[in-house]
Design a protein around this ligand. Structure first.
Ligand code: GLY
Length: 324
């Protein structure tokens, strides 16, 4: 990194919801998150743009069956997997995404393809056409754990509001339902921001339900800040959370103030959600109204995570210098 370059920053998440059962589960999630942080941060240090780092991070998280995105996505009420993903480049302030796409390994790659398209958000039928157009191999993202989870719910007549935040064995019970999604936010050596989010949805939802993850409510980036959300999509949409935080920072609030205010409002409205964020000065932040948000970050000086952060605080912050 040369002297006039920025020290990159990175934060990722693997969902928000109820705390993970047992130390073994905590350590497994921590390891998965830290592995991705290390790989993507090394890439940022080579000078790749934030959007590229975000895509690589999202792909690694989509490929980790533990998390509810790509491989390991939850099943909808009809037993099918339909995934959604979005990418937003903060420098260009350009959003692209796919809604309810099936039979693809990395939905975030489709969002990336659409960045340069005149039509930048596609839904189910359009995404299938796009997959054919780019000759994407047919891929089945279903895992045994998610299939068993669906079969158990089917026996119980779909009483659970959502599937587990992470795929855990033995299966989570309905009182421990979670809200899985993955997300990556990065600040690159040029000082540019990007955000990406990908999800299998809530799990057990009715066909045609649209997730927040491919909306500016769930994923948003501009020159001053970038945010990726997780949690119950309907709650995130009602708060328009990602765009709300970014606009507040753009209008002059610090990221800490924007996060605190937005999460206080979300708590007052009894929402169940979480978010990760970075601003142009290199401040990293995370927030939750749910019990836990599974996030990890790299400040340039240290790696940290929120896997066991279950306190009453609504937000957390990490910062380190950004000049070289
Ligand atoms: N936040 C993921 C979903 O509700 O679809």
């Amino acid at each position: 990194m040369s002297v006039n370059q920025v020290q990159p920053k990175l934060i990722i998440h693997g969902g928000a919801g109820s705390s993970i059962k047992g130390k073994e589960g905590v350590e497994a999630v921590r390891q998965s998150l830290h592995k991705v942080i290390e790989a993507v941060y090394s890439l940022l240090l080579t000078g790749v743009p934030a959007s590229e780092a975000v895509i690589v991070g999202c792909k690694l998280l989509e490929d980790e069956p533990r998390f509810n995105a790509g491989t390991g996505s939850v099943l909808q009420s009809d037993g099918q997997i339909r995934m959604s993903a979005a990418l937003m480049d903060g420098k260009l302030q350009r959003f692209s995404g796919v809604i309810n796409v099936s039979r693809v390994q990395n939905p975030i790659e489709l969002a990336n393809v659409l960045q340069d398209s005149a039509d930048r958000v596609l839904s189910d039928f359009g995404t299938a056409e796009l997959l054919r157009e780019i000759n994407a191999p047919v891929y089945n993202p279903m895992t045994d754990i998610r299939l068993q989870e669906w079969m158990q719910e089917r026996q119980e007549n779909f009483t659970k509001a959502m599937a587990g935040v992470v795929a855990e064995k033995p299966l989570v019970t309905s009182s421990e339902a979670g809200r899985g999604t993955i997300g990556v936010v990065a600040l690159d050596t040029q000082g540019n921001l990007a955000a990406g989010t990908s999800t299998g949805g809530k799990g057990f939802e009715r066909i045609g339900r649209v997730s927040d993850s491919a909306m500016p409510a769930g994923n948003y980036a501009a020159s001053k800040a970038a945010v990726s959300c997780t949690g119950i999509g309907e709650d995130i949409i009602d708060e328009c959370l990602a765009a709300r935080i970014v606009v507040r920072v753009t209008d002059g609030l610090s990221l800490a103030e924007a996060m605190q205010r937005s999460f206080a409002e979300a708590k007052e409205h009894q929402r169940d959600l979480g978010a990760i964020a970075i601003d142009e000065t290199g401040v990293i932040s995370w927030g939750k109204t749910s019990e836990v948000i599974l996030a990890a970050y790299h400040t340039g000086e240290q790696i940290g995570d929120t896997v066991e952060w279950t306190g009453e605080d609504l937000i957390g912050l990490a910062s380190a210098k950004i000049s070289g």
